[in-house]
Design a protein around this ligand. Structure first.
Ligand code: ADP
Ligand code: MG
Length: 342
């Protein structure tokens, strides 16, 4: 076969393989877009584990009519414009890839009303690179994205999806992870028309415990020790617990870097080590930990899902986290109590 440039539709579908592996990754990308748009309330409505439909509605800034079609184009983003921007990135997104990828493997409706505008508009894309139809719609300020029939045109991917129940478990997990990092935002998760989770935004510190119980369960919160350390370059806060002998559902091993949820062995490994130093093997670490670091000290553009970051000074970061966890465990060898640190 001669060398030829792939059609945009096919190129997007191939790229989608990296960003969108299952319904939960769609949910993650869409929630992150809502947060980047400044939303304070996000509704996530799922049908059949997301295999039938995923609808995310937010009250964020909305998208101007002229940019609606562009939002679905590949490498189109409002979040960075030049290389330097990447070095101090604070938004969740920056590649301009999610909507292009998702729309190439689904039927997607994007409806939005921009702040200060009286009308809402809707575009529809069905596995095409650029949406062509745009029509007026009824919608309050903010954005709704509806993703139908995910992977309908990529049978190989479709085959790899689990049951609706399992796919929903992944969606529940990613929603919880993100909701843990943003107590100031309301998240309402529905499955097949029923409200499954309601994480209400809180504005006062004294409500933190309630929201944490809603997210992580009573058993975790009862055993949670507050972690709070910082030096001139790094800060860590959150909760750790020994959960040996109690069933913690879900399994809480959540770490974040600059509020971005991580799926990284690096941090989990450090925490395990600190636990082993302090306790016997039977202790089960559970944790929710937020690391804050100067964005210039990390590379977030290191992994397609942004679930991993690279630390330029990984030794320093390692030692800092280790110390914070080890000190907390030592100080709390007495029965732990809830400490509010968020
Ligand atoms: P990225 O998030 O990397 O910029 P996406 O493909 O996820 O790329 O989104 C493309 C663009 O569409 C964003 O840069 C943003 O301008 C706009 N957008 C997407 N979702 C929303 C939303 N919920 N509210 C407002 N704007 C949005
Ligand atoms: Mg995005």
């Amino acid at each position: 076969m001669p060398i030829q440039v792939l059609l945009p539709q096919l190129a997007n579908q191939i790229a989608a393989g990296e960003v969108v592996s299952r319904p939960a990754s769609v949910v993650k990308e869409l929630i992150e877009n809502s947060l980047d748009a400044g939303a304070t309330s996000i509704n996530i409505d799922i049908a059949q584990g997301g295999t039938k439909s995923i609808r995310i509605r937010d009250n964020g800034s909305g998208i101007p009519k002229e940019e609606l079609a562009l939002a679905l184009a590949r490498h189109a983003t409002s979040k960075i414009a030049r290389m330097e921007d990447l070095e101090r990135i604070t938004s969740m997104g920056f590649r301009g890839e999610a909507l292009a990828s998702i729309s190439s493997v689904s039927r997607l409706y994007l409806t939005s009303r921009m702040i200060g505008q009286s009308k809402a508009w809707q575009v529809y894309a069905e596995g095409s690179e650029l949406a062509v139809t745009i029509k007026p719609a009824a919608h309050p300020v903010g954005t709704t994205i509806e993703v139908l029939d995910l992977f309908y045109n990529t049978p190989a991917r479709r085959k790899f999806m689990s049951t609706a129940k399992t796919e929903f478990t992944y969606i529940d997990d990613i929603t919880r992870r993100i909701a843990l990092s943003r107590f100031d935002v309301t998240f309402i998760l529905q499955h097949n028309g029923k409200i499954v989770r309601q994480y209400r935004a809180i504005s006062h510190k004294y409500q933190h415990q309630r929201r944490l119980v809603g997210l992580c369960g009573q058993a975790f919160v009862e055993r949670a020790m507050g972690v709070s350390y910082h030096n001139s370059n790094l800060a860590i806060h959150g909760w750790i617990a020994n959960t040996a002998g109690v069933a913690i559902i879900p399994e809480l091993k959540y770490s974040y870097v600059n509020r971005r949820t991580m799926n990284d062995k690096f941090i989990t490994h450090i925490i395990r080590k600190a636990y082993q130093e302090q306790f016997t093997e039977t202790q089960q670490p559970a944790f929710v930990l937020f690391l804050e670091i100067d964005p210039q000290q990390i590379d977030v553009n290191f992994h397609p899902t942004k679930h991993k970051v690279r630390f330029y000074q990984d030794r320093l970061v390692h030692d800092f986290i280790y110390q914070a966890v080890a000190n907390t465990l030592k100080q709390n060898s007495a029965p732990p109590s809830f400490v509010d640190v968020n």
